[in-house]
Each structure stands twice: as structure tokens, then as C-alpha cells.
Design a protein around this ligand. Structure first.
Ligand code: GLC
Length: 822
């Protein structure tokens, strides 16, 4: 028995715990020139302030600093920051108005303090390198680099968040992770790595937050006190150390600054917030329409039908199957007449199909490509495909059988790939789903990258190996797609979804969390996954509602919708096996509850859209862990079974079967039961949660906008808005709502409007920053008030009393409106 246990423990050991045996510290300080230090072992260290709050720290172990290029960085034109330098026999110091970076000379260690001298972050050991190649056996590609390790002191009370997409709890403390984009179907909690690489984390201790972004695309490893209790470790298998320290003190400050550096989301077409239907695969066209009609005849909201891989000619990307989808224009036209949009999947793998000739044709995507395939021909002729060391195209195996990949590090190849999307847009496609872009390769059988190890990428003329380029492959594929869609339809908003990613992905694409199984555990881990993705810059996120693989059932599907109705990407998707899981498939009992939540999502669209606008302007995500809003409240530090949707809605979902109630934590302040309006004090409470209901609360101090009940996003554009005013304990509430045309890029030219609504002293003020905002009827509900009379711009107004609220209706005029309660 003991023996079995010991073996189990051994097997559970992660593959890449950071070990430092045989590694050699960086040499001591020797000299300094400007912001660059040279060490006694000829290593270099550069300390560069981008803003008083943001420092870039680069370290080249036993070599000169390289050109520092990164695909992740969005902003390089920072205004100059005033920095003073000062040298003593022990250290050199670089100081801005907010931060001080001390470089201790011997041993060389970096320490960061705030303006009051409080230590925020400190090397526990000097940088370690591997000049004797002792770690060689552990590297993905021993010929492409060697291990370097950064070690930071780990606070006894320090917590860690972000780090992108990890199937893991909210707080990364005591966790241990690798970064190597991997195709991991049916992943469960602790499967690591999975699809994305976002090497950015947030530390929080004593109510003070900071961020560290380790910008290096080689395979890397993070250790938050797992293998060594006193260190936070970062190990990377090649390239140089290049990290950004982001000052807090709030988590929000850190996320804002990180997303200024790596970019913020753009607004996709508003219909992308609608409910999406997907299956591997809906075909032929008649079935796609039949499913769409069934949604509509069942009174289930829907905006998108997805076409998975079977719409193509034998998985040839940028083609349409001539039998199954003989008339794509007709299909998209008929769906559009019902306010529905098509999204096509596009994989990075191009069928390897050397051709006898290369005929140039009009609209090759709807011609037979079995003899000669235009995408392969063009890519081959122009040398756009990834090659192996021997100079031959790298032929892997994906859906089409023998497959080649595009070298997206080549600008011309990206432009070509982007332009190929004409094959969809010409036929009315609304959005593009980039899948398998780790890139997945079926010959590898779990050994990620094994078959691609000897491939090379152009990489700005540097000709670098797979080890360096794997993690940015998807980022660059999405960049190509996004830029292509914008070129093809300059005034329409691109809509791109991706599976794999690197830091900065939010500039080009939305994401979903891949092939999670239909299990309760996967549903539970989706909550901390969403929260940490948000803190990592990605706001337009979601999971396959109901899970992708394995059996699934009605209860689990219903509970999954009770989470995803609040999540930006809300798509029901299922693989070829398992139970069908469209909302009606398990019978009317479940369907009726799912309908109720989908209808509520559509009513909350004005709130969701305001959340996207906020994320676009500030980087603050829509899905938030409680710690983001309540970082001085230790109850929230590991709270990963509830979350906030925007600032003002708190939900505590059910992620286990057969539950009728659960414990809920409402932070300090006052709250309102969203369904009844009943006031609640901040505290732990037991909430009723039969399958019909998921616990949902509005924050005291908020105003929640609700649109009309409807079944497509674009329906009823001029309908009245309902404003639910939930006063805080001081009787105040405020919010900002956002509107634009929902389709074009004109919002970037200020063709958008925000309504600022505030309530205090029994008086509600609505101010619009207009460009021609449609004037609406506003139904205003005031909760927790004894009022019995109302005036609007000084005229008496009828007021209706209901159980927990009073309601008044106004017609919005062009100026400021003042509504008084008495
Ligand atoms: C991958 C995707 C999945 C898709 C399937 C077929 O597994 O993650 O969503 O249905 O490929 O394209």
C-alpha cells in the first residue's frame, strides 16, 4: 500500500520543477555606461524606465544584449521619464518619482523599492546561467539555447494571479507551471501547459500589488514556492532575460499598465456578444439552417452559427465543400435575413499537395481543388511555408493528412494569409475561428513540438528555430487574420477567435478555452481560468458551454449556461461524440431554465457592452475575481468559486450536481438579490440555488442597464432601457453606459456615446456625451427607497410602487435630465 502511494506521489511530480544544480551566478558588477551595466563575466544588464511606474530590466548572461525585439509589445513610444542615477561602492541606483531600482554589485542582485523605500521585489539569488550545459537534457532544444533562472524572494503572505490560461486555481501560490503552447484535448485541472503562453503575473502582499512580465517566447517555467518554499522562480530555455516590473499599488493599476504595454482589446461586432451555436460539425448547409430554425422556433436567443472543419474540401483551408455547401452565398444571405452570422473555422495547416500545374482561377475556393490546390501552390511558390533544417518544407500531420504550416514571422506571408480570407468574406462570412494554432501536430502523440523541433522560422531575418517561435505562432497567425479582415472590409469590425496565444493576443483576437471535457471539475476550474485570463489582458473569453468532450447531461449544461450567460464569449460547442447538447436536447425542463438565462443575457447586453468598452479603454477585464475589486479583503485572496461580471454583478455559480443551496460571500458594503431586489448586507450567507436559479447580486452603489427581451443582438435597437438603481449605504449610485453603431470602426473616430448616470440626495442625473445618441424611453427602478413622488426636470411624474422598488418612466431629451424622488 505504502509503496503504491509513494509511486503515485512520484508520478504526480511535475516534469519541469525548477532546479538549479550546476548553474553558475552572473558575474559581479564591473562598470556602467548610461543605463547599461557590464559584469565581470561580460554579462550585461540594462535598466530602462518607460514610465515612472514601469521598468524594463534586461539581462544577457555572458553576452551582449540583443536587439530586444518582441512580438508582444504594443507601445514603444513612451514619453521620456526623469531618472536619477547614483553609484555607491555597494550598488548603483536608478530612481524615478515612483520607483527605485537598486542593482547590488557583488553578488549582482536587483531590488525594487517604492518611493518610500519599501521593498516591492527583490532577487533572492543572482541570475543563474548554465555555461557548462548541465541542464541540457531538460531543454526542448539543447541546440537552441540554455537555461537561465531568475529567483525572487517569496513573501510569506504573498499571493499570485494572472499567468494567462492555466487549468488551475485562482491563486498561483505553491503552483508550478510551464509555458509551451500545447494541444491538450480533455484537459483537467492541473494539466499543464495547455494552449496559451502569457508569461505575466501579479504579486499581492500587504494590500500592495505589482506585476512582472517575462517577455521571452522560449519555453519557460514558473514556480511560486513549489520546489523551493522561499523563492519565486522563473526559468527560460533560451534567449535573454527581458522583464518588465509594473508598479501597483492596486491590481487595477498593474493591469492597466500591462495592457498599455501589450495592447488592449478592440470591439468586435456587437453580435459577437450574442449566443453562438457550434458542433463538430454542422453540415450540410440544410442542417445548419435546420439547427438555426430550431433555435428560433424554440424561442432561444441566437446570433451565430459556426462552421467547423467539415465545411471544407477535405480540410483544405480557404475552400468550401462543393456538395455540402454548394451555395455559401445563399446560406449566409438566408441566415442574415434572420439576423444570424456565420463563423468559419480556419486551421493553420495547409494540405501538402504538390501540384502538376498552377492554374490561376477566379474564386478557386468554390472550384474543385483535388487536382491542384491554390493555397498550397501560392504558398509554395512564394516560399511561405516553414522548413526543416535540411531546407525542405516541414510536412506534419493534421486534419488534411500531410500538412505544411505558414511561417507567420514573414510579413509577406502574413499579408498573403490575411488576404486569403477573401474566400470567406466574399461569401458573407462574419467571423473567423483560428484553431489548432499551437500548432497541433498529430504525429507527436503528446510530446509537444517533438516533430517540429528542427524547423526554422524567418524571424526578421534571424532564421531562428522552432524553440523560439512556437509560442508566438498563434499570435502572428491571429495578427495576419485580424489585419487581413480589416484590409478586406475596412469599415467593419474584425471578429477573430483563437485557441493558442502569446502575450498581446488581445490586440488581434478573442479566445476560448479549448477542448475542456463535459465534467463538473472542468466547469469548476473554468471560473478561476476566466478570472486569471482577465487579469492577463484578455477580456473576450469563454468556454465551450456544456463542455466539449465526454458525455454531458442536462443538469451540467444548465449550470454551465448559468455561468456563461455572463461571460463575453457564450458558445455551445461539442465534439462528434457525447450527447447532442443544444439547449433542447435534454428535454423541456432544462431547456426552459436555459432559455431564461439566455434571455437574461440578452437583457444585460447594455451592461456587457459597457464592460467591453471599459476593457478597451482601460484594460480592466469584464470577468473579475473578487480580489480585483477588494484587494484589501483577505477573504477574497483565494476565492475562486464566485466571480464578478463587471464591477457590479456578483455571481456564485453551482459547479457540482444535486445542490439546492450554497455558501456565498458578499464583500463589505450592501448588495441586492438580483431577482427579487431584496437588500443584503456584506457577509457570508446561505443562498438558495435550486437548478432554476443561480445566485446573483447587484452591488449597492451600482446602476444596471437592461435592454428589451429579444432573440438576436441587432433586434429592437430603439427599445426603452431599464435602469435599475441600487443605492449604497450612503444612498448613492453611479454608472456609465456605452453605445455605438455596433458594426463599424467609426467608434474609433468618436462615433460613440456614453451616458453617465448618477444618483445622490434622492436625485438621478443622466448626462450624455453625445454623438447623436438615440433618445430613449428610460424606465428607472429605484431600490431601497421610501419615495412616493417624483419630478422630472421639475415636472411631476407618475411613480409606481412595487415590492422592493419604485418605478418611473421618462422620455430622454437631448440635454441633462434630473429626476427627483420625494
Ligand atoms: C479542435 C478544437 C475543437 C474543434 C475540433 C475540430 O479539437 O479545439 O473546438 O471542434 O478541433 O475542428
Amino acid at each position: 500500500m505504502l509503496k503504491t502511494l509513494a509511486l503515485a506521489a512520484l508520478l504526480a511530480l511535475p516534469t519541469y520543477a525548477i532546479e538549479t544544480e550546476g548553474l553558475v551566478p552572473i558575474g559581479a558588477y564591473q562598470s556602467i555606461q548610461g543605463d547599461t551595466i557590464t559584469c565581470q563575466d561580460s554579462s550585461q544588464v540594462k535598466i530602462q524606465f518607460l514610465t515612472p511606474d514601469l521598468v524594463r530590466i534586461r539581462m544577457a548572461y555572458r553576452s551582449n544584449l540583443d536587439d530586444g525585439h518582441s512580438w508582444a509589445i504594443a507601445k514603444t513610444d513612451w514619453a521620456p521619464t526623469a531618472v536619477t542615477n547614483n553609484e555607491t561602492p555597494e550598488h548603483v541606483a536608478f530612481q524615478s518619482s515612483k520607483l527605485k531600482v537598486l542593482v547590488h554589485k557583488n553578488p549582482l542582485k536587483i531590488e525594487i523599492q517604492d518611493q518610500n523605500g519599501r521593498v516591492l521585489n527583490k532577487d533572492a539569488r543572482p541570475l543563474l546561467g548554465d555555461p557548462n550545459n548541465t541542464q541540457k537534457a531538460k531543454l526542448f532544444d539543447p541546440n537552441a539555447g540554455s537555461m537561465t533562472v531568475v529567483s525572487k524572494e517569496l513573501g510569506v503572505e504573498e499571493h499570485f494571479y494572472a499567468l494567462g490560461e492555466k487549468a488551475h486555481k485562482l491563486d498561483r501560490r505553491r503552483g508550478h507551471f510551464s509555458m509551451f503552447n500545447s494541444d491538450t484535448p480533455k484537459y483537467t485541472e492541473a494539466t499543464d501547459p495547455i494552449y496559451q503562453t502569457i508569461p505575466f503575473y501579479i504579486g499581492l502582499e500587504d494590500n500592495r500589488a505589482y506585476g512582472l512580465f517575462y517577455d521571452n517566447s522560449y519555453r519557460s517555467h514558473f514556480d511560486f514556492g513549489f520546489s523551493q518554499q522561499e523563492f519565486t522562480g522563473y526559468a527560460v530555455e533560451g534567449g535573454q532575460i527581458d522583464y518588465y516590473f509594473v508598479n501597483g499599488p492596486t491590481i487595477k493599476d498593474v493591469v492597466q499598465r500591462y495592457t498599455e504595454l501589450t495592447g488592449r482589446i478592440y470591439l468586435p461586432p456587437k453580435w459577437a456578444l450574442g449566443h453562438q451555436a457550434s458542433r463538430w460539425s454542422y453540415y450540410p448547409d440544410k442542417l445548419v439552417e435546420k439547427i438555426a430554425d430550431t433555435y428560433q422556433s424554440h424561442d432561444l436567443p441566437l446570433d451565430v452559427m459556426t462552421l467547423d472543419i467539415d465545411y471544407m474540401q477535405k480540410y483544405r483551408v480557404f475552400t468550401w465543400d462543393l456538395q455540402r455547401f454548394a451555395d455559401p452565398d445563399g446560406l449566409t444571405r438566408r441566415l442574415k435575413a434572420k439576423n444570424l452570422h456565420i463563423v468559419n473555422i480556419v486551421d493553420p495547416g495547409v494540405k501538402y499537395q504538390p501540384a502538376a500545374d498552377n492554374p490561376e482561377e477566379q474564386q478557386p475556393e468554390i472550384k474543385d481543388q483535388s487536382k491542384s490546390y491554390y493555397v498550397y501552390n501560392q504558398g509554395s511558390k512564394n516560399d511561405y511555408f516553414v522548413k526543416r533544417k535540411d531546407g525542405k518544407q516541414m510536412v506534419t500531420t493534421v486534419w488534411p493528412g500531410e500538412t505544411v504550416f505558414v511561417d507567420f514571422t514573414k510579413e509577406a506571408a502574413r499579408k498573403w494569409w490575411g488576404d486569403l480570407h477573401r474566400a470567406y468574406l466574399d461569401h458573407g462570412t462574419g467571423g473567423i475561428w483560428n484553431d489548432m494554432n499551437e500548432p497541433a501536430d498529430f504525429t507527436e502523440k503528446g510530446d509537444t513540438g517533438a516533430n517540429q523541433r528542427d524547423s526554422y522560422f524567418y524571424d526578421n531575418g534571424k532564421n531562428t528555430p522552432h524553440a523560439k517561435n512556437r509560442n508566438v505562432f498563434a499570435l502572428l497567425m491571429c495578427k495576419a487574420t485580424y489585419e487581413g479582415l480589416l484590409r478586406l472590409r475596412p469599415n467593419e469590425r474584425p471578429y477573430v477567435i483563437t485557441r493558442a496565444a502569446y502575450a498581446g493576443i488581445q490586440r488581434y483576437s478573442t479566445m476560448w478555452t479549448g477542448d475542456a471535457p463535459s465534467t463538473w471539475d472542468a466547469l469548476a476550474v473554468s471560473v478561476p481560468m476566466f478570472c486569471n485570463l482577465g487579469l492577463s489582458g484578455e477580456t473576450f473569453i469563454g468556454a465551450d458551454v456544456g463542455g466539449f468532450m465526454l458525455r454531458g447531461d442536462g443538469e451540467m449544461l444548465t449550470r454551465a449556461y448559468q455561468i456563461s450567460f455572463l461571460v463575453p464569449f457564450c458558445r455551445n460547442h461539442k465534439d462528434q461524440s457525447g450527447y447532442d447538447q443544444e439547449p433542447w436536447r435534454f428535454g423541456p425542463y432544462y431547456e426552459n431554465i436555459i432559455r431564461k438565462y439566455l434571455k437574461l443575457r440578452y437583457r444585460l447586453l447594455p451592461y456587457l457592452y459597457a464592460g467591453l468598452d471599459e476593457a478597451r479603454r482601460t484594460g480592466i477585464p469584464f470577468i473579475r475575481p473578487l480580489v480585483l475589486e477588494y484587494q484589501n479583503d483577505p477573504e477574497t485572496y483565494s476565492m475562486d468559486d464566485q466571480f464578478l461580471a463587471g464591477r457590479d454583478l456578483l455571481t456564485a455559480p453551482i459547479t457540482k450536481p444535486n445542490l439546492e443551496s450554497r455558501r456565498v460571500y458578499l464583500p463589505k458594503g450592501n448588495w441586492y438579490d438580483f431577482y427579487t431586489g431584496a437588500p443584503q448586507k456584506g457577509s457570508y450567507l446561505k443562498a438558495a440555488a435550486p437548478l432554476e436559479t443561480t445566485p446573483l447580486y447587484a452591488r449597492g452603489g451600482s446602476i444596471i442597464p437592461l435592454g428589451p427581451e429579444k432573440n438576436t443582438v441587432d433586434a429592437l435597437p430603439n427599445a426603452p432601457l431599464e435602469l435599475r438603481v441600487y443605492p449604497d449605504l450612503g444612498g448613492r449610485a453611479e454608472a456609465t453606459f456605452y453605445e455605438d453603431d455596433g458594426k463599424t470602426q467609426q467608434y474609433l473616430n468618436n462615433q460613440c456615446a456614453r451616458r453617465k448616470v448618477s444618483f445622490q440626495n434622492h436625485q438621478l442625473t443622466v448626462q450624455s456625451t453625445a454623438y447623436s445618441l438615440p433618445q430613449r424611453k428610460l424606465n428607472v427602478r429605484f431600490y431601497a427607497t421610501q419615495a412616493s413622488k417624483a419630478t422630472y426636470n421639475n415636472h411631476p411624474l407618475p411613480l409606481q410602487k412595487h415590492g422592493n422598488y419604485v418605478e418611473v418612466q421618462i422620455n430622454e431629451g437631448p440635454q441633462e435630465h434630473v429626476l427627483k424622488l420625494q
